[in-house]
Write a protein that binds this ligand. Structure first.
Ligand SMILES: Cc1cc2nc3c(=O)[nH]c(=O)nc-3n(C[C@H](O)[C@H](O)[C@H](O)COP(=O)(O)O)c2cc1C
Ligand code: SF4
Length: 647
């Protein structure tokens, strides 16, 4: 070998050695940087104190998900304790500070004003704040503890307050030095299953192994679901370098997402999980935003066991009545909503609109199909069953807010063209839509509370100016020439106290009728804490009505006079009517409706008034009648009391 060749080989060997050394150094450096991920050990799972799962819920979502997380952790071998922040059986913060527990998951919803629900607020906000402010424990009091946060919220409410309760809790926990392992926000206007599952996986993975270095770093949040908020907790995190992706890309991603949304066009109103929940409750969904359901009174009267209060008060045939809605969404979350908030909420129409003719045709088809299914039911009267195939009335009050549907006037036209009467109920949040509404057989405005505070409490409205909207709706109601109704639902302990407030609202709208109904208990639900104790007795509703009529006369002398006309004891409903419009000179009442006359008037295109289509009310429907509002042509069934005696 030449000397030059040997030198070359030596040089190459040196380079190779150097390169190998550099690679080794790099590998070592990388190894140093990478956090040591301790593998899940059965020893850790065996020894670890339970994870504390704290939830604060108003309509049950966080409660349900807390249960799911508990099951998922249990599957992974990690024990946990679920704590309801509204009535905690133990103090989770004390456990974290002084006990063996080192891990916690907080699931919190946001309610009115962007706050955590009462009374959970005490534990989640005030007590945590107290700890953070306590100089004896110090800001790093929760160092070495881990936490996960899940916010349940809705962008249908003020987007600036989206999941603010979760953000506040997270901020305080981080201020106290706890390490965040996962954070997510769920928006109830969207499908949330996938997002929740991602969060759950992350929490289970983190809590199935001991704490590792590197866990302190804020995790990158999935942009898709969280772009609506700037996560304020990041601002105060102890290890604070904001990731460029978190801030700049978030803006870009948001822009792209909005573009994408625009390109896709409006989405369907009902998410898959909402559709599933509604179907489970017997709703037949039509297109993207409408539904129909067979009312229990329809079935009742098919069996000759009496009609609903609208049969008693206005002469509808309950077994020919279809209960439907063209908008499953509404702008409230009322405490007495018997739909248990399985429907979407929104302040404006932002979905694809279906054709009104299709909605009516489908509603009738599905309703008739449900009638067909009643044939074999014991007690169904053959003749009524046949007649029931012709729909004569439509109660647009099933669920949601019918006047949100932008083509509501065309839909009403479709109903009237089929000689189907229209009873439309609105929750008084869209005054402009009330103004432009074409004549309906009977137009209802729900008056759920006598003053602003009670309205906020009972309706839990999305609009901040809900009270003003209600008042404006009533003013518009006064301008209507056809039959109008103020519908009151009395909930003991919530909205029945301020009679003067109701009198003022009635004087504002001067409706033809005031329907007062005691709230009905529709079973225990997470969506509402109502019990039988909140349901007034019939005699209490009657007394309320008499007092209301007297109060209107006394406080508002220029307002038309009202008197109690009818009552339907079975549904705890009493009717007040305007004497000038519906009381005959001989003292009898004309609260019933001449439906044929109404259709003729509506088709004529000429103006018409309440008096033009009124009809006499039978004596059995009047207050004080021995029948208690029960049609004597039907057979009354008495419920047996627990002691075996009949009522
Ligand atoms: C009265 C009321 C007010 C609400 N206000 C807000 C709000 O300000 N911000 C928000 O993100 N979500 C708000 N929401 C939506 C709820 O947080 C959301 O529906 C959540 O899924 C409820 O969870 P929960 O069932 O565990 O209470 C509100 C809901 C109600 C009933
Ligand atoms: S008016 Fe209402 S309660 Fe009466 S039958 Fe129709 S849907 Fe049922």
């Amino acid at each position: 070998m030449h000397a030059a060749e040997a030198a070359n080989y030596a040089l190459i060997a040196t380079i190779v050695l150097l390169a190998a050394h550099v690679v080794q150094l790099l590998i070592q450096k990388r190894r140093k940087r990478a956090p040591k991920v301790a593998k899940p050990t059965s020893q850790f799972l065996q020894d670890a104190a339970p994870v504390l799962i704290v939830f604060a819920s108003v309509t049950g979502t966080s409660r349900k998900l807390a249960g799911r997380l508990r099951e998922a952790l249990a599957k992974a071998g990690r024990a946990s304790i679920v704590v309801d922040a509204a009535k905690p059986q133990l103090d989770p913060w004390d456990e974290l500070l002084n006990g063996d527990s080192r891990d916690c998951a907080v699931l919190v919803s946001t309610v009115h004003g962007g706050l955590a629900p009462e009374p959970s607020r005490r534990l989640l906000v005030e007590e945590l704040d107290d700890i953070a402010a306590d100089h004896r424990v110090g800001q790093g009091a929760l160092r070495g503890r881990r936490f996960a946060v899940l916010g349940c919220g809705s962008t249908a409410y003020d987007p600036a307050r989206f999941c603010t309760a979760a953000r506040v809790t997270e901020k305080t926990l981080r201020k106290l030095g706890a390490a965040r392992v996962a954070s997510q926000r769920l928006d109830d206007t969207e499908e949330t299953e996938e997002t929740y599952a991602l969060w759950e996986n992350r929490v289970v993975a983190a809590f199935s192994r001991p704490q590792v270095r590197g866990e302190q770093k804020p995790r990158k949040v999935k942009l898709e679901k969280t772009h609506r908020v700037s996560d304020s907790s990041d601002e105060e995190a102890p290890q604070k370098k904001k990731s460029v992706t978190d801030v700049e890309d978030m803006g870009a991603a948001l822009g792209e997402k909005e573009e994408e949304k625009k390109a896709k066009g409006p989405k369907d109103m009902v998410t898959q999980s909402q559709a599933k929940a509604l179907k489970k409750e017997g709703y037949k969904l039509i297109g993207g935003h409408s539904a129909v359901k067979l009312c229990r009174w329809t079935k009742h009267q098919l069996r000759g066991r009496g009609g609903c209060y609208k049969h008693t008060f206005y002469g509808i045939t309950s077994y020919q009545c279809m209960e439907a809605t063209p908008s499953l969404a509404c702008a409230n979350k009322c405490v007495f909503c018997w739909r248990h908030h399985k429907n979407p909420v929104a302040t404006e129409w932002k979905w694809k609109s279906d054709d009104p003719a299709m909605i009516v045709a489908e509603a009738v088809r599905l309703h008739v199909a449900m009638i067909n299914e009643c044939r074999g039911v014991p007690g169904v009267l053959e003749e009524r069953w046949r007649e029931a195939h012709t729909v004569r009335h439509c109660a647009l009050s099933l669920v949601g807010e019918p006047i949100m549907y932008p083509r509501i006037n065309e839909l009403i036209g479709e109903l009237h063209a089929r000689k189907i009467s229209s009873f439309l109920v609105t929750n008084a949040q869209f005054p402009e839509a009330i103004r432009t509404l074409r004549p309906v057989t009977q137009l209802y405005v729900s008056v759920d509370a006598p003053n602003k505070d009670d309205l906020e409490e009972v309706d839990r409205p999305l609009f901040r100016d809900a009270w003003e909207r209600l008042r404006e709706s009533l003013v518009i109601l006064r301008e209507k020439k056809q039959r109008t109704v103020a519908r009151l639902t009395l909930v003991k302990g919530h909205n029945e106290g301020d009679i003067a407030g109701y009198a003022e609202l009635i004087a504002l709208g001067e409706p033809t009728l005031v329907e007062v109904k005691g709230v009905t208990f529709c079973g225990k639900s997470d969506a509402s804490d109502l019990t039988m104790a909140n349901c007034p007795w019939h005699h209490e509703v009657e007394a309320f009505c008499k007092e209301l009529a007297a109060r209107i006369a006394k406080d508002h002398p220029s307002c038309p006079t009202y008197e109690v006309a009818c009552a339907h004891k079975h549904s705890v409903s009493v009717l007040l009517a305007r004497c000038d419009q519906l009381k005959a000179p001989d003292g009898t009442w004309d609260t019933w409706i001449d439906y044929d006359r109404f259709h003729a008037l509506a088709a004529s295109g000429e103006p018409f008034t309440v008096e033009d289509y009124k009809a006499p009310c039978p004596p059995w429907a009047l207050l004080g009648a021995a029948e208690d509002g029960f049609d004597p042509s039907d057979t009354r069934m008495y419920k047996k009391k627990a002691n075996g005696k009949s009522r």
